[in-house]
Design a protein. Structure first.
Length: 209
């Protein structure tokens, strides 16, 4: 079974509380999405492998540690996932970015793919799939399916808010993919929205209805 990590850091929880407020502007909402993603990225990358190398400081030679092995890729699920990318790139500017375009059919609630573009070497990278909301889990499991089709074998899922139903679906269908969220909410309503949630993340990021 995949590991579920729910972040309880005070900075993350404070920023998330402001995001949830329906009166928070799109500008502030976008900034908060990016800031929380940056804070979460710090922990999501904690287990990256290190190697010891020798360098020369202005004072003496020294053995230091640097990230070893595979490079990173950030894969946002369009469109809301885009709001998380810049914050993560602040910490890992060398990461490449792929894009998966999905929308949820309003009747079946199933994900439909309309766009997919990846770096040429995506199979050789550690992949972090990002999307603010893990609701039904349909989009997340579909995105993970796509990444595995590309040959990726080290995948993590990072979301801001998750519902128990979505977490369960991802864990059942992809037990090898660890999940990182800032909050685990109560349930999904009849429209597939997370309760209490924060509404439609894409609409609030981009100021659409």
């Amino acid at each position: 079974m995949s590991k579920l990590t729910v972040f309880d850091h005070p900075l993350i929880q404070h920023k998330l509380s402001v995001m949830r407020d329906k009166n928070t502007s799109s500008k502030e909402f976008r900034e908060l999405v990016s800031e929380i993603a940056e804070l979460m990225c710090y922990e999501v990358t904690r287990d990256l492998p290190l190697e010891e190398i020798e360098i020369e400081t202005p004072v003496a030679k020294a053995k230091v540690k640097r990230i070893a092995g595979k490079k990173l890729a950030i894969v946002p699920i369009l469109r809301a996932g885009l709001g998380m990318v810049d914050g993560m790139l602040t910490l890992i500017p060398g990461a490449k970015v792929g894009h998966i375009g999905l929308y949820r059919d309003p009747d079946t609630l199933q994900p439909v793919k309309y766009y997919c573009k990846m770096p040429n070497d995506i199979a050789e990278r550690y992949v972090i799939i990002v999307d603010p909301m893990l609701a039904t889990g349909g989009s997340a499991t579909a995105a993970i399916d796509f990444m595995k089709e590309y040959g990726c074998d080290h995948i993590k899922l990072m979301c801001l808010i998750g519902a128990p139903e979505g977490v369960k679906k991802v864990q059942e269908e992809h037990p090898d993919v660890d999940i990182y969220i800032a909050a685990l909410d109560d349930h999904l309503n009849e429209h597939g929205y997370i309760v209490p949630g924060l509404g439609d993340a894409g609409d609030r990021i981009f100021g659409t209805k």
